[in-house]
Write a protein that binds this ligand. Sequence first.
Ligand code: FEO
Ligand code: CA
Ligand code: CA
Ligand code: CA
Length: 634
Amino acid sequence: MAKDFDAMEDSNRSGNPSIHEVSDPARRIWVQGGLAALAGSVLAPWLAGCAGVPGSGPLLGFKGIPPTKEDGLVVPEGYVAEVLAPWGEPVGVPGRMPAWREDAGNSAADQALQMGMHHDGIHYYPLEGSSGRGLLVMNHEYTDDGLLHTDGMKTWSAEKVRKAQAAHGVAVIEVVLQDGRWQMVRPSRYARRFTAFAPFAVQGPAAGHALMKTAADPDGRTVLGTLNNCASGMTPWGTYLSGEENWAFYFDSGDRIDADQKRWGLPKASGYRWAAHDERFDARRHPNEFHRFGWVVEIDPYDPTSLPVKRTALGRAAHEGAWVGVTRDGRAVVYSGEDARFEYIYKFVSRDRIAPGGGAANRELLDHGTLYVARFESDGSGRWIPLVHGQGPLTAANGFADQGEVLIKSRQASDRLGATKMDRPEWLAIDQAAREIYCTLTNNSARGAAGMPGVDAANPRANNVMGQIIRWKEDGDFDALAFRWNHLVLAGDPANARPEARGNIKGDIFACPDGLMLDARGVLWIQTDAHATQMYKGELERIGSNQMLACDRTSGEIRRFLTGPVNCEITGATLTPDLRTLFINVQHPGETPSDRSDPDEPDKYSRWPGGRPGNRPRSATVVIRRRDGGVIGT
Ligand code: FEO
Ligand code: CA
Ligand code: CA
Ligand code: CA
């Protein structure tokens, strides 16, 4: 989406040196092996269960599909895709299920009980281990206020700000497979919405910090809301992690901005226009409110009474999401990246071991440990640099009074530490058995531009409009301080007239990798978020609408599995434990170049999923099954 900030101003970039070397993408430095299988008493039973993976035969058994430009979903022969939970459907809170109104006439109070807008990261949580009944937890990243209100943004009011805030956040819904079809269970005791005004506890070293205190929260330990929740990860102890990504762009600075605010890209006036009716988002009046977003939040969907938590030990960043690996002795290692041009990749290593007993037994696990930032060297090695107060340049003299301030200013700390500036890190996927991590670097057209950082080994293309997937293998266990890395693939069309945009894909072509999922059979699923505005004329025509592809990491083959409606992005993927149902999210179908639709012509580019003239396009969860009930992808 445009709010992934392709136009991120260069004023906020770091001054770190770049490594001037072009990598050899053909290098393969380690042998692929093992499935993402975990076992052990501390882990949730469904994860341990993945060790007995269903389905033998070829890794990629489906017939790939061609690129499309249709206003709908296309899946391979033998598969069915159905819409499950579009924006505006009531989530199923008992006794409070306001029906969706096609004219966008629902109130803010209604919206707070309905599916939010712009579905993104998603995960399936089985109930009693079932592959036929479970919870879906998903993010609602942002809003298109042209679609959200009957007359769009032509008029502006406190009610509209409240409704936009209610359309953000996270949803928990219960779903069941009945007579071969998945449906929402409504009412459900698990159904919940977390909005931009729902209370969150703050934990970890920055909780209660002077920079976290506001007039409304003098303790600095309770924040109202989560913002711009992008990608998600499921923890082995059964909770949900969600990344607050482009939170900076909800605040107004007016004409007063300090160096730290500038480093985060705080705009003069936010396009969301919340500050007009909610002074929390006026950074002149409440400068510390700005520090209270940019965290990874943890939600326990199995406990409908649980309070969600902002985990400050994981650092403050434009977090795409967060993904967990487990060391051999049972500690959690949380990987995350910042989706912004020339920003960083992090990992957090917990001090303590994961305890048996689910979320309740691990309430402080992510509050104690060490945060590191990645540096990718030109020889294929890499290292993790700790963000610890008092070590190296992270001192009071350099503006870091204590560990809380190091975490609140993780980006500034990483600048000082010489971390590698990446091409917009989006999703990660972890091969638990092989200790390998994959990360999409979606694109960075500013790479190599005048006054901007040049290419380096990990980010090897100037004017990078196609993106790449990088991978690394930790030196031993997940808590290692060193790793070896290379590229899985550089995206782009081999027939492109521009050599720098061709890439090295084996198989079906794509651009701008974003979502990633490694399934229990070892298939790496790739989802794309390419926009015509990022491409040269005609380049996206051959690649087609945004899509989902499957990668056999052993052969390197990539095969197209699904394409989405016009101007959507495909994001978020989760499988039931039996691998026979795939849930994905379709985000912003019909997106306009300005990101704000015209309420008088809501169906200008897409009317998916309604399909009728005048239908507002709606982001939605989609269920994909094989007609014969078989394992997805075989
Ligand atoms: Fe929200 Fe980086 O995509
Ligand atoms: Ca997006
Ligand atoms: Ca994304
Ligand atoms: Ca993206």
